[in-house]
Design a protein around this ligand. Structure first.
Ligand code: ADP
Length: 581
C-alpha cells in the first residue's frame, strides 16, 4: 500500500512514508477504541434491558465506571498519539522536503532556471509544498487508517450478523467506486485550475516587472484587461472544479449514509420475522453512527488530494531533472576554452551543430552572427550552465562536464545584458563578486569600473540602497556595477554579452574603459554586437544557424570575398552613417 508509487504520488520522503504509516496505525487504533466505546454502551444497555425483561438484578456500577474511565484514558492517549503522528511529524516533513528541494535546485544545471519561470518555481517551493503538507497531515493517515479500521469493524459485524452488516456497509465501497470513477474528471479540472492560477501569477509578475514600459507606452488598460481576464478565468475554473468535485463528494457521502436507512429497514424486517433480537439492531445502530465518521474528513478533502498529486508531480519533476555533478577539484593548465564537436538542443531542436573552436587565454574571441544563431548558447555552455549531450568542452585541458559547476564558476566572471542587482547598498552589490572582500577592495574595483563618479553623487555614497533590482540606477550605471563585480572577482575567464549598444555615448565610453581593464590578460568570450568591438578582437567566430560559418582574425575575414563577416561589417558601417538630419 505504501510502496514507491505511493511515495512518488504524494512526493513523500522516506521519513514521510514512515510518518504516514505511523499516522495510519494510530488512526486505526483510535477508530477501534472509539468503536470499543460503542461496545461498552451496548453492554450497558444490554444489562439494563435484561433487568427489564428478565427481572435480573442490576450489576454494581463500579464495573461500568471502571470501564468508562479506562475507555476515556485510553481514548485520550491514542488521540494524543494520533495527533502527534498526523500533525506533529508532518511539520518536520515539510522542512525536510523544502530543504531537499533547495539542495536539489542548487545542483540543477543553471540553465534550468531559464526554462521554468520564477513564478512557477516559487509556486512549487511555497504553494505546492503547502498543499502537500495539508494532505499529508489531514488526509493520508485518516483516509487509509479509516479504510483499515472500517474493514476490521466490517469483518466483526459480518461475524455478528452478516445480513445487517451488509445493510450497514454496502454504501462504503459504492461511494468509493463513485469517487474513484470521477477521479479523471476531477484531476483534469484540478490541472486546469492550477494552470490558470500560474497564468495569473505570471501575469501579475510580468505586469509589475514591466510597469515602466507599460506606463510609458500607455498600455495600462490593455495590460489590466489581460490580467483581469486571466483572474476571471481562474475564478471560473476554480468554481467549476469545486462544483464538479462537490457533486461527486456529496453524492458519495449520501450513498454511504443510505446505509442507515437500509440497516433500519433490514433490521425491522428481521425483527418482525423473529430472525434477530432488538439488541442486535440496537448495536448496529450504535456502530453506524461511528462507522462513517472517519471518512467524513477525508472525503471533504478528496479534491485537495487530487490537487496535491499535481503538486507532487511538479515537485518530482524537479527531483527527476538530472543534476550537474562533478569533482571539487579543478586544476586546469591555463584557461584556453576548447569546443570540440559540440552539438546541443534545448527542447529537441538542435541549436548548435558540430561546433569546434578555441578561445585562447589572453585573447578576445568574439562570437558574431545573426540573432538566434547560437552565440549566447555557446557562452552559456562554456560555463556549464547546461550539460552537453554531444561533444566536449575543455578549459585548460579539463573536460568541464567532470567539474562541479560551483567549483568551475569560481574561474568565471560573467557580464551579461540582464544585470541582476539586489535590493541592498552599492557596496554590497559589488562585494558579491568576491566573498569577504574589504571595503577598500570594493572601492578600488568600483573606481576601475568607472563607478565612483556616479556613486559619489548618491546621497549616502557607497552605502546607498539601490532599490529592487537597482531600480534607482540607469542602464549604464547598472552595467558598470556588474563590471566592478567582475573586476573584484578577477576570474581568469570572462564571458561578456556586449550590451553597450543601448547606452549613450558618454556612458558607452566609460563602460568601454572599465571593460578594457577587466579583460586584459583573460580568456575573453564576447558576444559582440558592434563592429568596434569586433575589429578589436583577436579572433572572430561567425555562427550561422548553429554552425560555424567563418573563423579567423578580423583582417583575415575582411579579406574574404563575399564573406558573411565582411557583409555584416559593411551593413553596420552603412547604418552607422544614418542620421536624423
Ligand atoms: P543568439 O545569442 O545568437 O541570439 P541564442 O543562443 O540565444 O542565439 O539562441 C539560439 C536558438 O536557441 C534560438 O533559436 C533560440 O530561440 C533558442 N533558445 C535560446 N535559449 C533557449 C532556451 N532557454 N530554451 C529554448 N530555446 C532557446
Amino acid at each position: 500500500m505504501f510502496g514507491k508509487e505511493f511515495q512518488r504520488k504524494y512526493a513523500l520522503t522516506d521519513q514521510g512514508i514512515k510518518n504516514t504509516k505511523s499516522a495510519t496505525l494510530w488512526t486505526v487504533i483510535t477508530n477501534l477504541i472509539v468503536m470499543g466505546g460503542m461496545g461498552i454502551l451496548y453492554m450497558l444497555m444490554d444489562k439494563y434491558v435484561a433487568t427489564l425483561t428478565d427481572g435480573a438484578g442490576l450489576p454494581g456500577p463500579w464495573l461500568f465506571i471502571l470501564m468508562v474511565l479506562g475507555f476515556v484514558i485510553l481514548s485520550l492517549l491514542t488521540h494524543l498519539q494520533q495527533y502527534r503522528a498526523t500533525y506533529g511529524l508532518v511539520y518536520g516533513e515539510v522542512k525536510n522536503v523544502r530543504i531537499s528541494l533547495a539542495e536539489r535546485m542548487r545542483k540543477l544545471p543553471l540553465g534550468y532556471f531559464g526554462k521554468r519561470d520564477l513564478a512557477d518555481l516559487t509556486e512549487t517551493i511555497m504553494g505546492d509544498v503547502n498543499r502537500l503538507e495539508h494532505v499529508w497531515s489531514h488526509c493520508l493517515g485518516y483516509l487509509y487508517g479509516s479504510f483499515i479500521s472500517t474493514a476490521i469493524v466490517g469483518v466483526m459485524l459480518l461475524a455478528f450478523d452478516w445480513r445487517l452488516a451488509i445493510a450497514c456497509l454496502w454504501g462504503v465501497p459504492v461511494a468509493f467506486i463513485l469517487l474513484f470513477g470521477s477521479r479523471k474528471i476531477n484531476k483534469r479540472n484540478s490541472e486546469i485550475t492550477k494552470e490558470a492560477g500560474i497564468a495569473v501569477s505570471d501575469g501579475i509578475q510580468e505586469t509589475l516587472e514591466n510597469i515602466r514600459e507599460i506606463r510609458a507606452t500607455n498600455q495600462e488598460e490593455s495590460f489590466l484587461k489581460k490580467l483581469d481576464d486571466k483572474i476571471d478565468y481562474h475564478e471560473k475554473t476554480m468554481l467549476s472544479g469545486e462544483l464538479s468535485c462537490g457533486i461527486f463528494v456529496n453524492a458519495a457521502s449520501v450513498i454511504m449514509r443510505l446505509g442507515v436507512a437500509t440497516t433500519i429497514l433490514t433490521g425491522a424486517s428481521l425483527i418482525i420475522s423473529g430472525k434477530v433480537e432488538f439488541m442486535v439492531l440496537f448495536m448496529f445502530l450504535l456502530v453506524i453512527t461511528r462507522v462513517y465518521a472517519p471518512f467524513d474528513q477525508a472525503l471533504a478533502l478528496i479534491a485537495e488530494m487530487l490537487m496535491s498529486q499535481i503538486s507532487a508531480s511538479r515537485l518530482m519533476e524537479i527531483h527527476d531533472t538530472k543534476t550537474a555533478e562533478g569533482t571539487n577539484v579543478f586544476r586546469p593548465q591555463g584557461h584556453d576554452i576548447v569546443f570540440d564537436d559540440v552539438s546541443f538542443a534545448y527542447d529537441g531542436e538542435k541549436v548548435l551543430k558540430h561546433v569546434s573552436f578555441m578561445a585562447k587565454e589572453g585573447e578576445v574571441t568574439a562570437l558574431v552572427g545573426p540573432s538566434g544563431s547560437g552565440k549566447s548558447t555557446c557562452a552559456r555552455l562554456s560555463a556549464r550552465l547546461w550539460d552537453i549531450p554531444e561533444g566536449r568542452i575543455k578549459v585548460g585541458g579539463v573536460d568541464i562536464n567532470t567539474v562541479d559547476p560551483e567549483v568551475l564558476l569560481t574561474d568565471y566572471s560573467m557580464v551579461f545584458q540582464d544585470v541582476v542587482l539586489f535590493d541592498d547598498t552599492v557596496m554590497e552589490n559589488i562585494r558579491l563578486g568576491k566573498h569577504g572582500a574589504t571595503d577598500e577592495e570594493v572601492k578600488a574595483a568600483a573606481k576601475a569600473a568607472n563607478c565612483d563618479e556616479f556613486v559619489e553623487k548618491l546621497p549616502q555614497g557607497y552605502n546607498t540602497p539601490i532599490g529592487e533590482n537597482g531600480a534607482k540606477l540607469s542602464g549604464g550605471e547598472r552595467q558598470r556595477i556588474s563590471i566592478a563585480r567582475a573586476l573584484l572577482k578577477n576570474a581568469p575567464i570572462v564571458l561578456l554579452d556586449e550590451a553597450t549598444a543601448s547606452l549613450d555615448v558618454e556612458n558607452e565610453t566609460k563602460v568601454q574603459g572599465a571593460l578594457s581593464r577587466l579583460l586584459s590578460g583573460k580568456t575573453v568570450l564576447v558576444i559582440a554586437h558592434r563592429m568596434r568591438t569586433v575589429e578589436a578582437a583577436d579572433k572572430i567566430v561567425v555562427l550561422k544557424d548553429g554552425s560555424i560559418a567563418e573563423e579567423g582574425s578580423p583582417s583575415e575575414l575582411m579579406a574574404k570575398e563575399k564573406g558573411i563577416f565582411k557583409h555584416m561589417a559593411e551593413l553596420q558601417s552603412e547604418s552607422a552613417g544614418w542620421s536624423i538630419a
